[in-house]
Design a protein around this ligand. Structure first.
Ligand code: BJW
Ligand code: ZN
Length: 257
């Protein structure tokens, strides 16, 4: 695109910084790449497979119906992995920007909770579109509860069961073919449509409907800034493209003069 400044050149960073400084409303949309430098594997990059499985093989209601034990074993592994990870400089920079700027919102596809850890006790918590690794939901009565315990996936009987009705619990995560929470996604649509800048960090932008949010900003006249180590379907429509690891680029982008 003629108006896209790409690369790690000073030009792209200068343009992106001036867009951020001039903007009143900013929505940051993040994906797995923002947590890569914390040690959380991305879905579609190196290390994205667990055993021989892809997320698409396990993160579906059909996979859970077929083999709940296997799906829970995957989530148990991810839970313990993430419990050993800490937010990185990108999470921290986004958390401070949203604490300081009233109209700076973080919307994440990630289920690892690292944005919330970085936000600490501040009121500006991220909007988690795809749920949480640390929340479970009853497959029968729908009761939700926070849960950070280790998963015993030895047999179906040892998996988490509902304290109220005894039925099997599942991760409170949005799987393929399932709708996102309408209130949460509606809020993300409002934020994207009203944003002067949509800052897209570390997502392959292939999973919908989240992948379509940045385009709402663009169609309403706002700018897209992409931060990614690689190109994505968003690259061609971004106003500025910053190539590099999120933990280096995001703090530089959001740093005060
Ligand atoms: C770095 C970096 C560094 C690396 N620094 N960058 C065709 C068209 C449109 C839609 C569909 C379609 N076919 C099917 C669909 C629907 C489907 C979908 O989009 N599928 C696509 C795969 C094609 N979507 C759904 O099913 C959604 N629901 C839905 O549509 O409901 C409709 C409905 C309505 C009413 C009733 C019923 C239904 C739900 C999607 C839920 C997605 N959930 C997952 C799995 C959760 C499991 C879990 O986490 O446990 O969420 S999928 C997985 O992908 C996860 C992620 O949040 C999501 C996005 O991935 P992300 O974050 O982009 O990660 P990666 O790995 O893909 O990319 C990492 C990026 O970081 C890369 O670009 C790297 O370059 C970069 N990077 N290191 C900066 N250091
Ligand atoms: Zn129940």
């Amino acid at each position: 695109m003629a108006n896209t400044v790409e690369g790690d050149s000073t030009g792209a960073m200068d343009l992106a910084r001036s867009l951020v400084q001039r903007a009143e409303r900013i929505m940051a949309l993040t994906g797995a790449g923002v947590s890569a430098e914390s040690g959380v594997p991305t879905f579609r990059g190196a290390g994205g497979l667990w055993k021989q499985y892809r997320a698409e093989d396990l993160a579906t209601p059909e996979a859970f119906a077929r083999d709940a034990r296997l799906v829970w074993e995957w989530y148990g592994w991810r839970r313990s992995l993430v419990l050993g990870c800490a937010p990185n400089a990108a999470h921290r920079a986004l958390a401070s920007a949203s604490a300081v700027r009233p109209a700076f919102h973080v919307v994440t596809q990630n289920v690892d909770g690292l944005h919330a850890v970085a936000a600490g006790g501040t009121a500006s918590l991220p909007l988690e579109l795809h749920g949480s690794l640390f929340r479970i939901r009853c497959t029968a009565c729908g009761r939700r509860q926070d849960d950070r315990s280790a998963i015993d996936a030895t047999t179906t009987e040892t998996l988490p069961h509902c304290d109220t009705c005894g039925a099997l619990m599942r991760p409170d995560i949005v799987w393929f073919g399932e709708p996102l929470d309408p209130a949460g996604f509606g809020e993300a649509v409002r934020l994207a449509s009203a944003a002067d800048v949509c800052l897209v960090v570390g997502t392959s932008a292939v999973v919908h409907p989240a992948a379509g949010l940045a385009d709402l900003t663009r169609r309403a006249g706002g700018a897209i800034i992409e931060v990614n180590v690689d190109s994505t379907p968003i690259t061609g429509v971004a106003t500025a493209v910053l190539r590099g690891p999120a933990a280096e680029i995001v703090p530089e982008l959001l740093r005060d003069e």
